[in-house]
Design a binder for this molecule. Sequence first.
Ligand SMILES: Nc1ncnc2c1ncn2[C@@H]1O[C@H](COP(=O)(O)OP(=O)(O)OP(=O)(O)O)[C@@H](O)[C@H]1O
Ligand SMILES: [Mg+2]
Length: 227
Amino acid sequence: MNRGSVETSLAELAARIRRRADGHSGRFVLGIAGPPGAGKSTLARGVRDELNLAEGAAIAEVAPMDGFHLTNAQLVALGEMSRKGEPDTFDAGAYVDLLRTLRGAPLGSPVPWPTYSREIHEPVPGGVVFDRQTIAITEGNYLLLDDDISPGWSAVRPLLDETWYLDVPRPIIEQRLLRRHIRGGRTPEAAKIKVAQSDLVNARLVEGTRLRADLVLRKSGRAYRIV
Ligand SMILES: Nc1ncnc2c1ncn2[C@@H]1O[C@H](COP(=O)(O)OP(=O)(O)OP(=O)(O)O)[C@@H](O)[C@H]1O
Ligand SMILES: [Mg+2]
């Protein structure tokens, strides 16, 4: 363990959310922010699965920010396809509206939430449906972004009951994203350009939001460190 940090397991992180959500009126919303490729979706699914396993029932579900990507047709029409992934290529207003609805909806009343398909590279309307889950885990790059950077995002933070920032060293993110782009069909050269000109630019914006989180986490072997 490094000085000044505490090691914690996924089960302990889930138990922390369970304690905080107990006695909370309405649905509890955990936000997980972090740069592209940090492992946010992996962490969100891990916490969800731990919560559901410990309870023996589906009490948690993931509400990805990625479901609010503008469609490829919208981006082409705007002439912004090459900027896909930047803060203003998402519908931040619709994300905020649906987060508010999700928090306020009575348990048992269905709330369809869009997901994002990495196969077709498009949002999937109603990809997941919230129903009786008392805990929603929303995750994405721009949860803690300021309106100065891109309008609309600062309305997210007040709708989150707790926020984590998943911190990963740049070289690791770079490697992961390169591999992912190559797996997705890009040549190594095209993947390098995409990482340098797009992903890392977005990563820098996100890194500026780190101090707004309640907890900063780093992966440490099979566990996480709270830093
Ligand atoms: N702790 C980890 N150790 C090693 N690899 C990991 C870890 N967490 C995630 N990965 C891998 O890193 C890649 C990115 O993970 P993931 O999709 O969870 O990140 P993300 O932050 O959601 O990315 P994006 O911002 O692009 O949605 C995936 O290939 C995943 O398998
Ligand atoms: Mg993700």
